[in-house]
Design a binder for this molecule. Sequence first.
Ligand code: SAM
Length: 271
Amino acid sequence: MPGPPAVVAAETRNTGKSDMYPIGVVSLFAELIDPVAQHGVVGRACERGLIEILHESPRAFTSDRHRTVDDRPYGGGPGMVLCYEPTRGAIGALRQRLPAGVRALVLSAQGRAFDGALAAELARAPGLLLVAGRYEGLDERIIEAEELEEVSVGDYVLSGGELAAAVVIDAVARLLPGVLGHEESGMRDSHMDGLLGYPQYTRPEVIDGMAVPEVLLGGNHERIRRWRLKLALGRTWRRRPDLLRARVLNEEERELLDEYRVESASADQNS
Ligand code: SAM
C-alpha cells in the first residue's frame, strides 16, 4: 500500500514555531555529523533556518578526571559499552532544547529498518532526537528509560551510529516543507510512492552512440508522464519485486506494467 503523503505542511507539525525542524544528536563524534549539516540540501536548509541540528556529547556529562563514557560489559565478552549516566545526561540536555513529542531514536543494527515510509513519519513529527551508539552499543537501560525507538540503516554493522544518523537526517530533511524546491520535489524520488524512480537524461542528446529516448524530446507532458510511470513500474518489477508486492496498482499502472513486460520480453528475444 502506498504510504501517507511524504511532504507535510509545516502547520501540521507541532513545533509551535511553524517551519523550523529541530534535530538533536547525541554522539561522541559531532565532527562526523557536521559535514551533513554544512553541505548540499541539508546545509542549505540549516542556513535558511528550516532545520536546526543540535549536538550533545556524553563526554560533557562525566564527572571523573578521564571523562569516561564507557565500561566493560557485565557477563564478560569483548569491547566496551556506553555508560548510562553520561548518555542520559546528554539526552536530557537535548530534550530540554527540543519541543515535546519529538521522535526519539537510537541508531542500532538491531532496529526497525529505516525506509521512505519511516522517513515520512519522522518528517511529520515536531522534531527528532537521534542517539548514536559506539563500541558494543548502549547500556540497554538507556533505551528502556528514554523509550528510544531502535532504527537500523541496513543489515550490516557500522562502527558507530553517526553515519546512520546522517542518513536519517538527510532522508528526513528532503521531505520537510520548503527544503527542496518545486523542481527537485522529494515526491518524485524513488520509494516515495512505493516505486523506484524512472531513468533520467540530460544534454547532449546523443553521446557515444546512445540517444535520449525520443518521447522525452517531444514536449508531450502526458506521454512523458506515462513513459516515466511505465519505466518506474518496470524497474521496480525487475529490481525490487518485493516493493511491488507491497503496493496495490491502479488500472493505469497495471496496464503500463503489462506493456513494459511485453516490450521487455520482445527486447530480450531480439537480443
Ligand atoms: N554490538 C552491536 C550489535 O551487535 O548490534 C553493534 C555495535 S556497533 C559496533 C556500534 C554502534 O554503531 C551501534 O550502537 C549503533 O549505534 C551503530 N550502528 C551499527 N550498525 C548500525 C546499523 N546497521 N544501523 C544503525 N546503526 C548502526
